[in-house]
Design a binder for this molecule. Structure first.
Ligand SMILES: [Zn+2]
Length: 204
């Protein structure tokens, strides 16, 4: 039987809205959530800059309005965007937080979920570094699941069922995280560990 990967346990500080495991890079593209609204939905996105290429400082620069439009031909049309996400999970599993979870990040755009519009008001946006077509990494699924578990502990209105892709809340306009995002694989990382057998039991 293959060795099971140990699950990570992350912590979200409710007072600050920060994930302890993440490198912090503050984005100016954020504001307060409407009064009384708490995170109720987690939206999964993907991003790569330039498209299809991984690594590099470009995503940090885009989300902090410092992207040089001359650095790549495709940057000219996006350099002026004022966008952000709460969290980025890079290919190697590095976590970068741009906006505290208790504040509003600008990730969803025109969107609706279960009859409600403006999903930014009540959602948390998580970007996976990747593309619609290429597989995401095990490091990303593992850290995404640990992040979701930590968010569900911090914000009672969230649950593992309150997950959507950007494509689900902006159909026809957005396709990310794409068919390459394996929801079953995420669900297995999120499922309770009912199959766990301690070494003592195994030899009983
Ligand atoms: Zn998106």
């Amino acid at each position: 039987m293959p060795a099971k990967r140990k699950r990570l346990r992350f912590r979200v500080n409710r007072a600050t809205g920060l994930l302890a495991a993440a490198r912090q890079v503050a984005s100016p593209n954020q504001d307060e959530r409407p009064a009384g609204l708490e995170p109720e939905l987690i939206v999964i996105h993907c991003i790569s800059l330039p498209p299809g290429e991984f690594g590099g400082p470009w995503i940090d620069q885009l989300f902090t309005n410092r992207l040089d439009p001359a650095a790549h031909p495709c940057f000219a049309e996006i350099a002026g965007l004022r966008v952000s996400a709460h969290l980025l999970i890079r290919r190697d599993g590095e976590l970068v937080q741009y906006v505290p979870f208790n504040r509003r990040a600008w990730h969803a755009g025109e969107s609706h979920w279960r009859g409600r519009e403006r999903c930014n008001d009540f959602s948390i946006g998580i970007e996976l570094e990747g593309t619609d077509e290429g597989d995401y990494t095990t490091a990303q699924y593992r850290r995404l699941a640990a992040t979701i578990r930590a968010l569900c502990r911090a914000y009672p209105a969230l649950s593992a069922e309150r997950l959507a892709g950007h494509c689900d809340i902006a159909p026809g306009r957005k396709t990310d995280p794409g068919p390459s995002f394996d929801r079953g694989r995420l669900a297995r990382w999120l499922a309770p560990r009912s199959d766990y057998t301690s070494p003592g039991k195994a030899h009983a």
